[in-house]
Ligand binder design. Structure first.
Ligand code: R5P
Length: 293
């Protein structure tokens, strides 16, 4: 590899600059503005000819805008003659629709993968992407980092040792989240199955595979969006006799109103800074910098 440069896209300027600072690497910020008609204008501020570029850019809300910015940026970097493009997307949007449940449905995660590979992204680094398995086997080197241990470490430092770690969902990776956290919190773990109706989007819960009576429970999840799933889980855990119910999610897309609802319903709520908000207690830049190193 020759010169390596970190380009901080508008989706993750802060994280990009932190990564560059940790690694002592050159970085540059992308200039961006909107045309009067609302379209995006972007400009790289450094030459990238012959450079191995690491573009740091999340497609967090507003997802569509950030996704278009990402595509424009990758293309500009490729056209600028970059030697290689590594995309670091701390939050990757459109990753949850990973199969066709209803006829004619767009399976967005594959559309995004096709766009990125076609535009010349060589490597993709994500943090707790919804279903890492679907990113395997494409023309893309793929690394998914887990911030679950960081959330668990933060909780352990705050006195949560021995708490019960619970994950939601039914994919193998979901149980992994609880397992990873439990190995740090030194407590038991389990998984509560969730089912989403493809027509209405309504979520229903299965049965937890272990009782929670009298336990201090921390629910770990990759993402919280409306909070609907988690509020149902919190209610069910309280009904099941849990003494406390806390929530730790890597990515929080909650609106201000929904965040208040979640704070009201839980004993505490924390998340990382992949999508910064007032409950971001864990920084992901050191995790990403380690992986890039
Ligand atoms: C589902 O598989 C995810 O891990 C989350 O539990 C889900 O996406 C959360 O969605 P919401 O906050 O809208 O219930």
């Amino acid at each position: 590899m020759g010169l390596i440069m970190i380009i901080c896209g508008p989706g993750s300027e802060q994280i990009g600059m932190e990564i560059a600072g940790i690694l002592g690497m050159e970085s540059s910020i992308v200039k961006h503005k909107f045309f009067p008609d609302g379209e995006t204008h972007l400009r790289l501020t450094r030459e990238v000819d012959g450079v191995d570029v690491v573009l740091v850019h999340s497609t967090s809300p507003p997802q569509d805008r950030h996704l278009v910015q990402l595509l424009l940026l990758v293309d500009a970097i490729r056209e600028g003659g970059a030697e290689s493009i590594t995309l670091v997307a701390p939050y990757m949007a459109y990753a949850r629709q990973d199969r066709r449940r209803l006829p004619g449905e767009a399976v967005s995660v594959f559309t995004v993968i096709r766009l990125l590979t076609t535009l010349g992204v060589l490597r993709l680094v994500t943090v707790n992407v919804h279903n890492p398995a679907v990113f395997e086997g494409h023309w893309l080197e793929f690394i998914d980092l887990s911030a679950m241990p960081l959330l668990a470490e933060h909780l352990k430092d705050s006195g949560f040792g021995g708490a019960f770690s619970l994950s939601l969902g039914k994919k193998p990776i979901d149980l992994e989240h609880a397992k990873e956290a439990a190995s740090i919190l030194d407590g038991e773990y389990g998984c509560l199955e969730t089912f989403r109706d493809p027509n209405t989007g309504d979520v229903s819960l299965g049965r937890a595979n272990i009782g929670v009576e009298g336990l201090r429970v921390v629910v770990f999840d990759d993402v919280i969006t409306t909070g609907g799933t988690h509020l149902k889980a919190v209610e069910s855990l309280r009904d099941g006799g849990a003494s406390e119910v806390h929530l730790a999610c890597v990515h929080s897309l909650l609106s201000k109103e929904k965040l208040l609802e979640v704070l009201e319903a839980t004993d505490s709520f924390i998340c990382t800074d992949t999508v910064p908000n007032r409950c971001s207690r864990v920084r992901v830049a050191p995790l990403i910098a380690d992986a890039l190193r």
